[in-house]
Ligand binder design. Structure first.
Ligand code: PLP
Length: 406
């Protein structure tokens, strides 16, 4: 298949769709159930192509994607600059391991230092891995294992990260874990009450994502900083979901001006390729010794090239500002639907409805709009930051039609 790219919104006009429409959805679903361990509940759609804020299924049906690979495709699907960087790097050097130096990894770490104000980066391959690294670094830097996390938090599903993820149904089957003490989110007094000299770290999402998009008061994160400083505990911000312009700032921590000791990033970092990173302050990062942690693939030349191109695209297309402006616009348009509540920052929006949101998601999908519900009565919107006003209008219109039908 060949593709032609226009500069507008990283969108590509593809030629040769007929090749892709030969996939038989029902047969593929059956083969999937026989070949793949069943840990996911999937929509009955086979996606074959993406461009900007749009994706297409195996029947050639077009969708507006307001989930964006779960906050991964911030620069849109198949952004031409990311595609070009991947192509170029793939022809030069894909993987070498961390036994050697590669320039892209260093360039990316330097770029991330500038963007975040943190001092050193450790690369990994996913959000959960970045949290694992943060927990190990906490242990090394403080000698303490007690972690405090928030009610509603989601920090990943590997054994360490799982201990800090709130939902008991995720944790219970896998005990024993090193489980965090969970305190209500956006409640400084609750933090004060449990953080002691024994606490290694407090881990918080500056805006909670999986919980349904909860924005705390700016004072909350400042109070968390103070509580940690008073107790000699580290403050970890998990910006796996909120990073790279999602909330109308490069990182959600900027809304409060609070700098954590450790920052975890992944999802949108490499424009759609799997990559994570944990950044730390100077003194905390020095606690890791050679051999303390590592990963074969981490910070490879290919993913690093994609990340550099993605960051460049966010800058050159003013996507952080777009996120702030279009997010405010979308929230005001959603208000017109008369929901219980609209919450959010930038293009990270939660919407509480009386309707059954699982059904809303199904009906919207039939009408060519991909949505996501984080609870029975909550929708979460995390579209690509290249989304247009017209695309937002279309999604709000479709949602309005769906709600009329209930
Ligand atoms: C805030 C946060 N942390 C960690 C994770 C885990 O990331 P991953 O699925 O890449 O392991 C997620 C995933 O949704 C997340 O939203």
């Amino acid at each position: 298949m060949t593709s032609k790219c226009s500069a507008m919104n990283g969108e590509c006009k593809a030629v040769g769709l007929e090749v892709l429409s030969m996939i038989d959805r029902d047969k593929l679903m059956k083969r999937e159930s026989e070949a793949i361990i069943q840990t996911y509940t999937r929509q009955k759609v086979v996606l074959v192509r993406g461009s900007g804020a749009k994706v297409w299924d195996s029947d050639g049906k077009e969708y507006l994607d307001f989930v964006a690979g779960i906050a991964v495709n911030n620069v849109g699907h198949c952004h031409h600059a990311v595609v070009e960087a991947i192509k170029r790097q793939a022809e030069t050097l894909i993987h070498t391991s961390n036994l050697y130096y590669t320039e892209n990894q260093v360039l990316l770490a330097e770029e991330l230092k500038k963007l975040t104000g943190m001092k050193r980066a450790y690369f990994c391959n996913s959000g959960a891995e970045s949290v694992e690294a943060a927990l190990k670094l906490t242990r090394r830097a403080t000698g303490k294992s007690k972690i405090v996390a928030a009610v509603g938090s989601f920090h990943g599903r590997t054994l360490g990260a799982l201990g800090t993820t709130y939902k008991a149904i995720y944790r219970e089957p896998f005990r024993p874990l090193n489980e965090a003490e969970f305190v209500p989110y956006n409640d400084p007094e609750a933090l004060k009450a449990v953080v002691t000299k024994e606490t290694g770290a407090v881990i918080l999402e500056p805006v909670q994502g999986e919980a349904g998009v909860y924005v705390p008061d700016a004072n909350y994160l400042r109070a968390a900083r103070q509580v940690c400083d008073d107790a000699g505990a580290l403050l970890i911000f998990d910006e796996v979901q909120t990073g790279f312009g999602r909330t109308g700032r490069w990182f959600a921590k900027e809304h409060s001006g609070v700098q954590p000791d450790i920052l975890t990033l992944a999802k949108a970092l490499a424009g759609g390729l799997p990559m994570g990173t944990m950044l730390a302050s100077e003194s905390v990062s020095e606690a890791f010794q050679r051999g303390d942690h590592g990963s074969t693939f981490a910070g490879g030349a290919l993913v690093s090239a994609a990340a550099l191109a993605s960051i460049d695209a966010i800058k050159s297309e003013n996507m952080v500002q777009r996120s702030e402006e279009l997010g405010a616009y979308m929230r005001s348009e959603l208000e017109r639907l008369g929901p219980r509540e609209v919450r959010g920052l930038g293009l990270m929006i939660g919407l509480d409805l009386d309707a059954d949101c699982k059904q809303v998601v199904q009906k919207a999908l039939e009408k060519g709009v991909i949505l996501n519900n984080t609870g029975d009565h909550t929708l979460r919107f995390i579209p690509p930051l290249v989304v247009t006003k017209e695309q937002i209008d279309r999604v709000v219109k479709v949602l309005g039609e769906v709600l009329e039908e209930f």
